[in-house]
Write a protein that binds this ligand. Structure first.
Ligand code: COA
Length: 184
């Protein structure tokens, strides 16, 4: 059956493939061509295999059954303790051919649900200023909270921090709207 589930070690090659495909389609013209062309599914498979061994709980995939994996995301404790958010969405990628079908929303709500049940009452996501994905996060209730230059793809780029101050309220809102994919 299709839908969100926690990632397994055997998902590493599919996660790596989605990462390469989405980075190249999303960040062309934003990040240096060399860093996009230099991405390797083999190297990323090794990285994801060790990440899945180390901390599988924070990694979720959208499994399309016979169509394979169509998206993935990673979440956990917020990395910068000086910021007023406890949890963080580290990444969220839906393969280009499958975007705009509700997969990103299901993955995001599942991760926010997982953070809430892990006792993180709030969450943050960083998105490049030039990436239209920020409008997706706004649609899902995040509010612009922070600006920062971050190292990304080998250069410093301007990023925006979008926050959910109250994950319970966000999740209640989406459950009331009929979305059952909160992972709770
Ligand atoms: C951003 C991303 C995760 C969204 O996932 P998706 O499956 O395409 O989005 P969904 O179909 O779940 O969209 C949910 C809602 O957000 C809206 N939305 C999605 N992308 C949007 C965009 N770029 N601009 C405005 N609204 C957007 C949809 O229209 C939908 O609205 P609705 O509730 O009114 O129907 C996906 O497009 C993606 O992987 N993009 C490339 C990689 C990327 O930038 N990731 C984020 C890095 S921080």
């Amino acid at each position: 059956m299709s839908g969100v589930r926690r990632a397994r070690i055997l998902d590493a090659p599919a996660i790596a493939r989605i990462e390469v495909e989405t980075w190249r389609s999303t960040y062309a013209g934003i990040l240096a061509d060399e860093s996009l062309l230099g991405m390797s599914v083999e190297r990323l498979t090794a990285t994801w295999t060790s990440e899945l061994r180390r901390w599988p709980r924070g990694i979720m995939v959208w499994d399309g059954g016979r169509d394979g994996l169509l998206g993935y995301g990673q979440c956990g404790r917020q990395r910068d303790r000086s910021l007023p958010f406890k949890g963080e969405i580290f990444m969220l990628y839906v393969t280009p051919d499958a975007q705009n079908n509700g997969i990103g929303r299901q993955l995001l709500l599942a991760m926010l649900g997982s953070l809430a049940t892990s006792n993180y009452p709030s969450a943050l996501v960083w998105v490049l200023r030039n990436n239209p994905a920020r409008f997706f996060y706004e649609r899902l209730g995040a509010k612009l909270a922070l600006h920062r230059q971050i190292p990304f793809g080998g250069r410093l780029v301007e990023a925006l921090g979008y926050g959910w101050n109250d994950l319970s309220a966000t999740l209640d809102h989406w459950v009331r709207s009929g979305d059952r994919s909160t992972g709770r």
